[in-house]
Design a protein around this ligand. Structure first.
Ligand SMILES: Cc1cc2nc3c(=O)[nH]c(=O)nc-3n(C[C@H](O)[C@H](O)[C@H](O)COP(=O)(O)OP(=O)(O)OC[C@H]3O[C@@H](n4cnc5c(N)ncnc54)[C@H](O)[C@@H]3O)c2cc1C
Length: 341
C-alpha cells in the first residue's frame, strides 16, 4: 500500500494535538492525526471527562468532555483526518527528507513535518498478568469485546472487576454466550444498577463468577484451553477458556517514542521555545510531552506551543511563502478557511 503523503502529521489527539490541527489549518495545512485511543481527547476524556476545568481562557468552567467537544467544533473547518485506535510505532527520516511514519495497524505516512503531541504517552490497555498468554493476543486474548470472534461456541472469560469488565460480561451474557467473570478479589466495583444486574445474573446462573488470581495456563494443540486460578482459600481451580477478554483499564506508556532517536530528558522531549522544534529539524513537540525551562503542564501552555510550532513549521512546508501574522477578526483569507466568509 502506498504511504499517505501529507504536509503535517500529528501524533496524539489530546487537547493540544487538536489545537495543533486548528493552528496549522489557519496556515492552510491539512493534517493527519493518529491516536492510540479509539477516540479523541487524550487525558481530558480518559482521566477526567466529567470533572470541571476552570483555567481555560474565557471559559469560566467546562468538563474535560465539553472542552474536547468545543475543540472538535472549532477545528471542524480544518478537515483533519483522524486515525484512532492505532499507536505510532516508527518515525524515521526518509531518503527524500520527509518523515516515514508507521502505526500499529500498518498505516504508513510520508510527512514533511511531524508534531509530537503525545502527552504522558499512549494510553494502552494494561496487559494480562500471565506473560505466556501474550502469544494468543488477537486470536484468543483480547482487550476489547469488539475484537472477539463473532459467536464463538466456547467459554469466554472476562478478567477484571470494574465497570468495563462487568458491562462487557453482561453484554456477552445477553448474546447467549457462556461467560465467566474472573476478578482477583470478591468485591466488584461499578455503578449500583450494573452491580445489581451482575449479582442477579450470577444468582440465576447466567453468569459464573470466580474470585482468584490466574497463575498458569494450559494449551492444547497450540490453543489456550484453560487457566489455573489460585483461590482465596489457597485451593486452585481450572477454568476452561476459549476466549479471554481482559478489562484492566488503560495506562499511559511512552512506548516506541523512546526509540525514535530524539533527545529525551526524564521521558520528555526538549524543545526550542522559539518554535517548539525538537533537536530534529521538522519534528516539533507540543503539550505535556515537551520540556523547556519553566515548562508547566497546562492545556493553555500547550495551546501557545501549538501556535508557535505551526508558524515554525511553515518555513519547512512552504518556504517560498513567508508567513505573516493575520487576525481571525479581520483577515479575509482566514475567514475563507474558517468558512465564515
Ligand atoms: C485529573 C487531571 C486534571 C487536570 N486538570 C487540568 C486543568 O484543570 N487545567 C489544565 O490546564 N490542565 C489540567 N490537567 C492537565 C492536562 O490534562 C494536560 O496538560 C493535557 O491533557 C495535555 O494535553 P496533550 O494533548 O499534550 O496530551 P494528552 O491529553 O495526554 O494526549 C496525548 C494523546 O497522545 C496519544 N499518544 C501518545 N503516544 C502515542 C503514540 N505513540 N501513538 C499514538 N498516540 C499516542 C495518547 O493516547 C493521548 O490520547 C489535568 C490532568 C489530570 C490528569
Amino acid at each position: 500500500m502506498e504511504p499517505t503523503a501529507t504536509d503535517a502529521l500529528i501524533i496524539g489527539a489530546g487537547p493540544v494535538g487538536l489545537f495543533q490541527v486548528f493552528q496549522l489549518g489557519l496556515h492552510g495545512v491539512r493534517t493527519h492525526v493518529v491516536d492510540a485511543l479509539p477516540y479523541i481527547g487524550g487525558q481530558c476524556i480518559e482521566l477526567y471527562a466529567d470533572k470541571p476545568i476552570y483555567d481555560i481562557p474565557a471559559i469560566s468552567v467546562c468538563t474535560g468532555r465539553e472542552l474536547v467537544q468545543r475543540l472538535q467544533a472549532q477545528i471542524a473547518p480544518m478537515h483533519a483526518t483522524f486515525h484512532v485506535g492505532q499507536q505510532v510505532e516508527g518515525l524515521q527520516r526518509h531518503a527524500d527528507g520527509r518523515f516515514a511514519v508507521t502505526t500499529s495497524t500498518g498505516a504508513q505516512f510520508l510527512s514533511t513535518t511531524v508534531f509530537i503531541a503525545a502527552g504522558v504517552g499512549a494510553f494502552v490497555p494494561r496487559s494480562f498478568p500471565l506473560s505466556d498468554c501474550q502469544q494468543y493476543a488477537g486470536t484468543q486474548l483480547h482487550y476489547h469485546p469488539s475484537a472477539l470472534p463473532v459467536h464463538p461456541a466456547g467459554a469466554v472469560v472476562v478478567f477484571g472487576g470494574e465497570e468495563a469488565a462487568l458491562g462487557w460480561a453482561m453484554a456477552l451474557c445477553a448474546q447467549g454466550r457462556s461467560v465467566t467473570l474472573l476478578h482477583r478479589r470478591t468485591q466488584l466495583q461499578a455503578p449500583e444498577s450494573l452491580l445489581e444486574q451482575v449479582h442477579a445474573a450470577i444468582a440465576q446462573g447466567r453468569l459464573q463468577f470466580v474470585a482468584g488470581q490466574p497463575i498458569a495456563s494450559t494449551a492444547l494443540q497450540g490453543r489456550l484451553c484453560s487457566l489455573t486460578v489460585a483461590l482465596p482459600d489457597g485451593a486452585t481451580q481450572e477454568l476452561p477458556v476459549d476466549q479471554l477478554l481482559v478489562a484492566l483499564g488503560l495506562s499511559p506508556k511512552l512506548g516506541p517514542l523512546a526509540h525514535w532517536g530524539l533527545a529525551l530528558e526524564r521521558k520528555q522531549i526538549p524543545v526550542n521555545t522559539e518554535n517548539f522544534q525538537t533537536t530534529e529539524p521538522g519534528i516539533f513537540a507540543v503539550g505535556d510531552i515537551n520540556t523547556y525551562p519553566g515548562k508547566k503542564k497546562l492545556i493553555l501552555s500547550g495551546f501557545h506551543e501549538a501556535t508557535l510550532a505551526a508558524f515554525g513549521a511553515m518555513a519547512l512546508i512552504a518556504p517560498q511563502h513567508p508567513v505573516t501574522l493575520e487576525y481571525t477578526t479581520t483577515s479575509k483569507r482566514l475567514h475563507r478557511i474558517l468558512g465564515v466568509d
